[in-house]
Each structure stands twice: as C-alpha cells, then as structure tokens.
Design a protein around this ligand. Sequence first.
Ligand SMILES: Cc1ncc(COP(=O)(O)O)c(C=O)c1O
Length: 371
Amino acid sequence: MRLSYALIDISNLKYNFLNIRKKINDVRIMAIVKADAYGHGVIEVVKALNSLPEKPEYFGVAILEEAIELRRNNVSQPILIFNPVIENDSDLFSKYDLISSVFNEKHLTILKKANHVRGRKIKVHVKVDTGMHRLGIDYRDAFDFIKKLSRDKNFIIDGIYTHFANSDEKNKSYAHLQLNRFNEVLSKLKAGGINYGLAHAANSGAILDIPESYFDMVRPGILIFGYYPSEVTSESIPLKPVMSLISYIESIKQIDKDESISYGRKYFTKRKTNIISVPIGYADGYNRGLSNKSKAIINGKYFPQVGNVTMDRIMFDIVNENCKIEDEVILLGQEKSTNLQFSAWDWCKLVNAIPYEVLCGISKRIPRIYR
Ligand SMILES: Cc1ncc(COP(=O)(O)O)c(C=O)c1O
C-alpha cells in the first residue's frame, strides 16, 4: 500500500536550530515543541535536537499531556507547560518533574494540594501579561504576586516570562511597549532582592529582530521548522523548511471537453484532457479552501489542482503530460532538480492562513517519514 506522507528533513531541522544558536550567542534556548512539534512529530524532533552538543536547555509545550509524552520518552531537560494547572492534574507535575505556568493564587493552591514526590519542590514560571491579553498576571500586579510567592517554601520560582503580540510586524512599537513593561517588573524584583530565576520573552519574531528581548532564554518555535513568522521580519537567521508533503498519482482518467470534476461541479475541462487523482484530502490537512487554486509539482512541472478538494482525494489537470501511475506529486516543498517549489507561504496565500496553521494542520493520518 502506498500512502501520502510528510517528509521531515532532520538535517534542515538541525541547520535551523544551530543558526538560531549562532544568532543569540550564549543565551539559553527553550525549544517550543507543542502541537506535536508544529506537526513534525515531537519525539523524532526532540531526539534530533538532543543529538546535538548544542541541544536546547529547556522545552516548552502547551499542555500537560505533551510534557508527559516527552518525559516518557526520556527527555530530561526542564519542561515548561504554558497552560495553567487544573484541578486533579497537580500530582502529575510533581511525578514528572514539570514546570507549571502560574499567574494567580488558585494555581498555587491547586499545586500545593498535590501529592508531592518527597523532597521535590514545585517549580513554576510566572507568566506576566504585558499586552498579549491572553493569559498571565497583569504586569502592574506581578511584583506583589511574585514577592508573596517567593516567601512560600513549597515553590521554586524557576522563571518569569511574557509573550509578544506582534513581534513579527514591521512596526515594533507595541513590542517595545511590552518589553518596557516587562523590564519594569524585572527592575522592581531586582530592587526588592527577589530572585525570579530565568527571564524570557522572545518568540521567533523577537529572536530575529529584537535582541534586547533575549534576557536569559529565548523561545523559538516556527524558526526551528524553517519558516519566518511573517513575511516582514528580517531574515537574519538562514532557514530551510523542514516539512515536505508528498503524494503520488493513483489514477489517470481521460476526460472529454466540458465535463465537470469533483463535488459541486466547480471546474469544467476546457479540452479533452487527462485528470489525475491523488490520495490526500481535507481530512489530511489539505484545506478545502485550496480548491481550484493550488498546484503541485509533478515530473518537474507545475500542474493546477482542479475541482473541489474532497475528504480523501484531490484532482489535477495534467492535459497531455506524459505522467504515469505512481509518479510523485509534491504538494508542499521543493523539487530538487528544477528548484520548483510550493512553500507553506504559497499555500497560506490561497487560504488566508499562516505557516504555523498549515504545518500543524497536516493530520495524524499522514505518516511522517524522517530523512
Ligand atoms: C508562550 C509561547 N512562547 C513561544 C512560542 C513560539 O512562537 P514562535 O513559533 O512564533 O516562535 C509560542 C507559540 O505560539 C508561545 O505560545
């Protein structure tokens, strides 16, 4: 049985990571590997990063289950979970030695109730809201919260962090406002002699363009996977995309002129032509919004995708091209001999998405093949 698959280029992954290292000098890296390492397969990604002498000092994930998966696969670095702890989960933070994001008293109460591994204090990073307004303690309240927390013997304040709303835009004024607010909190803590562990703020946009936001550690996500977070950042770190999406021609049909293709009859053949069918669809993450808009690289040429994308299958009009069943179809990525490419950004422009969404959106049904 042949399947469509995502090809994950481990040497590109390492290349990107090492280039991030070069840019930030001796600052620590928390590699962000949530959402199955942005769709690339977290276990293999972490294994590859950890095979480097310059491996990440920390890992960051969104949810508890992601952190436990890392621990069960022998990842020994500190792991920060961005989502706050919820009732009944607190034992697991201690059991797996995980770091919880905290920003209110309730989080502390829940964590304290846990059945703690003997002698193990609860490690936390305090999340400070400086303007993202998603999660975190308001920067004006952060000092009092942290001061009180620092006196509680149950906890170790391992870090303090904030998150930028638009560090990847040209105009950096809001990012600088957030940075000033964060610096204000840090200065007060320093002046008060309160130890807050590692300070961190920089996501990919800030790593590229706001060196004053590096503090003790940076938190790259999308850069590791070979994409800039927007099209207006600098390209001050050289990158290579890590994921390609590959399928193949499963059938070729000769179709007469003026016949319709696929559900809803949104494409009509302009001449007698050949229509190929490729086994991938919106259930695999190939968005239905790409219908009649995208293209693929087959035998060193682009061909248009035609008709509505269906759940498991898409069609292309190859006219008279001499293609064969089983020929490779590149849906995302680059063809080596011709350099033709269809990148996540090309994809995004057709469906008003961002590369993050395209990469995370490739579903579990698509096997990841590592090279
Ligand atoms: C708190 C936090 N830090 C860092 C990142 C990494 O962001 P990026 O992929 O833009 O580098 C994310 C991702 O959304 C995040 O939520």
